[in-house]
Structure formats: C-alpha cells, structure tokens
Design a protein. Structure first.
Length: 361
C-alpha cells in the first residue's frame, strides 16, 4: 500500500495508467486498486466495484492490528506487471500514515518508560511489599463526577499525540535526468551524511532488490551471448581470409617480388575484410529492419513473468532506433578490424621466391 502525493507521484511515475476514476480523489482519502487486484475482488464479490464504496484495510503494527476504511476511487495499472505490482494499492498519505502508526505520539511512546532513576536509583521489591498494610476506604466520600469530567474535558494533548505526522515518509522517489542518476545518488548521500540523517540513498536497482538483480543477470547473459556470436563471426572471417591467402600465395609472392610494399599487401586484406563485414552488416540491417517492422504490426503477448519484467510490458514492442544502427555498425567495424590481423601476418611471412616457385609448380 503506497501513500502518494498525486501532485508529484504521477510526474515521477509517468507510466502509471489510470483506467478509471480521478487522481484528485487521492487528496480526499480515496484509494486506487491495481487492475488485477480489482478484478480479483470483483470476481469474489460477483459484482463490479462502485466508486465511493468503502474499502477496509488492516495492518499489523506493534503487536496489534490497525484497521482503516477509505472510499474506492478508481483503478490503475502499470505498463510492466508482476505478482508484486498486481497487489499495489495507491492511497492517501494520511490513511497510510495512520495505518503504519506514523503519529506524533509514536516517538513519545518509544522514548517513554520507567527507569531506575525515576524510583530514586534503587528498586527493591522486598522493601516495597515487605510490610503490607490494609487501607480502608472512606465510604462516606463519593466519587465526584464533575471533577472527573473536568479533568478529562481537555483533550488537546491527547488529540495532538494521535495526529498523523505529516513529515513521516517510508520512501521518497526521485526522478533523475537521463544519465545523471549516479551523480544524483552521490550528491544525496553526501547531503544526508552532512546533515546526519538516518536514511539510505539507493539507486533503482538496489531499491528493487532481487527483481532488478535477476534482470541485470539476464541482461549480462544476453550480452555474453552476443560476445560469443561476435567471436564466432571473427573466426568465420579469419578462416575465409586465411583460405584466400593460401589460394593466392603465388599472387602475393609475385607482388612482393616486383616491389609491392608490406603496407600495400596489408591494405589489400584490410579492405577485403572490411568489404566482407560491411556487406554482411548491410544484409543484416536490411533483414533486421524488415523483422522489426513486421513485429511492430503483430502484437506478441508475453505470459512469462521474467520476459514481462525484462521487456517492461505484457506485449513485445519492437522499434527501430538510430542508436541501434550506430552500435551495429561500430561492432561490425571492430569485428572487421580484428579479423584481418592473423591473415595479414600469414601473408607477410610468405617469401617471394618460394611463393613464385610454388605458383609455377
């Protein structure tokens, strides 16, 4: 159950979809249920939920249950979904603080208590109960209800202690400028340490816990797989170039014999390597663009929770981006640049006389 300020929460979490109701109802103690949770409740009730009907919440705090009621304000949904998000309830700040017992009297109860100093520094149970004497009540003196009511009439202090603390927060979400999250976390940690605040400043991966770690691990495995594919591509190109060198041994020897420099021979194989990878890259980009456009027309729904979390939604939405094109071309150039090293070294070790004799034979 999240207590949110509608004026700022939906700015930070802009991908939250409001399916029904008005977010302004959160300022009037309303609550929004997740679409999945609302559907479960409606199936159990065998009727649709009505805006404004009361919903009761209970929370176990301090060895006791606290129960609060709030009007149903609407239904919301997240772009990505999982078992935890499906149970999220957005509520008014005061409602959640009251449930969590974030009151002004909470700190008083935590610090209040009986100590030895309050009893004079020495507590001896035998001295307290060693000599018991009966006390006889005066039956003629009646209880003065007027005085009792007068003593209980002033409830200002009691009311102040049970008021919710408007400054109490469990979590504060901060949205950073793209690419500046690490600097912001570092700056906030420095400010918290300087002010001696007992808070933890975490990035989204650390705050999300095991869910984020799982996604990071899956992404790392994905990139490792791409690395193996790149290594395989390098080996294929190297093999093709080495075969080309062996087939053109006499040609290379003849060029060396008539005065071709090592740089000229090297440039030939570098150009051949780049031509191979660039042609393959062009074909790959064309096929990839076609597949992406095709997937954009067909809605692929995901059911696996890991895939839903990895792709950030219930549907697989493929789209083209300039950064992907640039990354692809850069990787192609790197692969081509690494692939010519060994074939060129083989070509440079060919002796002109032996190469021409082998070609003549």
């Amino acid at each position: 159950m999240f207590g949110v300020d509608p004026a700022t929460y939906f700015t930070v979490c802009s991908d939250v979809k409001i399916l029904s109701g008005s977010i302004q109802s959160l300022q009037d103690s309303g609550v929004f249920l997740n679409a999945v949770l609302a559907g479960t409740i409606e199936r159990a009730l065998q009727r649709p939920l009505v805006i404004g009907e009361p919903i009761r919440f209970s929370m176990y705090v301090g060895n006791s249950f606290r129960v609060r009621s709030a009007p149903f304000a609407g239904v919301h949904a997240y772009v990505g979904t999982n078992e935890a998000l499906d149970r999220v309830v957005l509520a008014d700040l005061t409602t959640v603080r009251s449930l969590a017992d974030y009151t002004l009297g909470y700190g008083v109860r935590e610090t209040a208590g009986v100590t030895d100093d309050a009893l004079g520094g020495q507590v001896d149970l035998d001295s307290l109960f060693g000599s018991a004497v009966d006390i006889v009540a005066d039956t003629e003196q009646a209880l003065d209800l007027a005085n009792l009511e007068a003593n209980l009439a002033d409830t200002a202090e009691r009311d102040a202690l049970v008021m919710t603390d408007a400054g109490a927060w469990s979590f504060i979400l901060v949205r950073a400028v793209e690419g500046r999250a690490r600097q912001l976390v570092k700056s906030l940690r420095g400010m918290a340490a300087e002010a001696a605040f007992d808070v933890k400043v975490l990035d989204w991966q650390a705050a999300a816990g095991s869910v984020a770690l799982t996604l990071v691990a899956v992404r790392a495995v994905f990139y490792i797989g791409l690395g193996f594919i790149a290594i395989g591509a390098i080996l294929v190109i190297v093999n093709a170039l080495v075969i080309s060198v062996l087939e053109r041994t006499a040609e290379i020897g003849t060029m060396r014999g008539v005065g071709a420099s090592a740089g000229f021979i090297r440039s030939l194989f570098i150009a051949e390597s780049l031509i191979i990878v660039l042609v393959a890259a062009a074909i790959g980009l064309a096929l990839g663009t076609f597949v992406v456009l095709l997937l954009g027309q067909v809605e692929i729904r995901l059911s696996n929770q890991l895939l839903i979390a990895l792709f950030g939604g219930l549907t697989l939405q493929a789209r083209l981006s300039v950064s992907s094109f640039i990354l692809h071309v850069v990787m192609v150039v790197v692969v081509g640049g690494l692939a010519w090293i060994y074939p060129v070294s083989v070509a440079m070790h060919i002796q002109p006389l032996a190469a021409m004799n082998r070609g003549g034979a």
